[in-house]
Ligand binder design. Structure first.
Ligand code: IPE
Ligand code: IPE
Ligand code: MG
Length: 243
């Protein structure tokens, strides 16, 4: 689809959901679903970035997902490390800077090493930012930011009276612009603790499609829906006002 005449979002957030159901309905294992979801994520992000959208945040593992079986958790953890080379190639080919948001605690050294390598090697790119939310929780992000703020105030590095939204944003895991379009696949209509601060004025889109099937055409549909939304941010569009 031609995006050149459309009003496109600057920051797209994706809640990658439905991998398990996609696989189960096909008689496959949940792990197969995660693998397929991961493959789709690469294809989809390359497509989104090709449309001049600058920021993508993808929710891949929540702080709550540790409640799942050991087998499933370790499969997801290993996906990242086993695909390290492939992820790096993908980032280099598409000139993508990958950053990670989430708590480092509870992640193994192997996973942390993979994360560091991806971040270090892709830090040279500036135009396309891929924010990978892994062991991420919106509550923990706000708590972690608050702790850093209190520390800086105590050490007199920050004047409490100067704290505003712009400064607060700098204390989050990444200093990114607000989310414009938030897509959650699989039909669930909730945030599940995803980017609570950044989604404050996002437009939400909830397709029924499971993530492994959420392809370029599905994304085009999301964009067309987004272009129809009237984003008022609390104000009034005077041109549209009847009197
Ligand atoms: C999303 O798919 C991936 C993670 C949350 C890790 P799910 O694994 O949640 O898939 P469903 O929702 O069970 O189908
Ligand atoms: C949210 O999906 C987390 C990720 C997609 C990483 P879940 O499948 O874990 O969320 P719930 O349990 O349906 O709320
Ligand atoms: Mg789910």
């Amino acid at each position: 689809m031609d995006y050149s005449k459309l009003k496109i979002p600057n920051h797209v957030a994706l809640i990658v959901d439905g991998n398990g159901r996609w696989a189960t309905e096909k008689g496959m294992s949940r792990s197969d679903g995660h693998k397929q979801g991961f493959l789709n994520l690469k294809k989809l992000t390359a497509y989104i970035f090709s449309k001049k959208i600058k920021y993508i945040s993808a929710y891949l593992f929540s702080t709550e997902n540790f409640k799942r079986s050991e087998k499933e958790v370790s499969f997801i953890m290993n996906l990242l490390t086993n695909q390290l080379k492939d992820i790096l190639n993908f980032c280099h080919e598409n000139k993508i800077k990958a950053v990670f948001s989430g708590r480092k605690e509870n992640l193994s050294d192997k996973v942390l090493k993979a994360i560091k390598k991806i971040e270090d090697e892709t830090a040279i790119y500036q135009e396309k930012i891929f924010n990978i939310c892994f062991n991420y929780g919106g509550h923990t992000e706000i708590i972690d930011a608050t702790k850093k703020i209190v520390k800086d105030v105590t050490e007199k590095k920050l004047d409490i009276n100067s704290l505003d939204e712009e400064i607060f944003n700098k204390y989050l895991y990444q200093n990114l612009p607000e989310v414009d379009l938030m897509i959650r696949t699989s039909g669930e209509q909730r945030l599940s603790n995803f980017m609570l601060w950044q989604n404050s004025y996002a437009e939400f889109y909830f397709p029924k499609t499971y993530f492994p099937d959420f392809d370029e055409k599905e994304f085009d549909k999301a964009i067309l829906e987004y272009t129809k939304r009237d984003r008022r941010f609390g104000g009034i569009d005077y041109e549209k006002k009847s009197h």
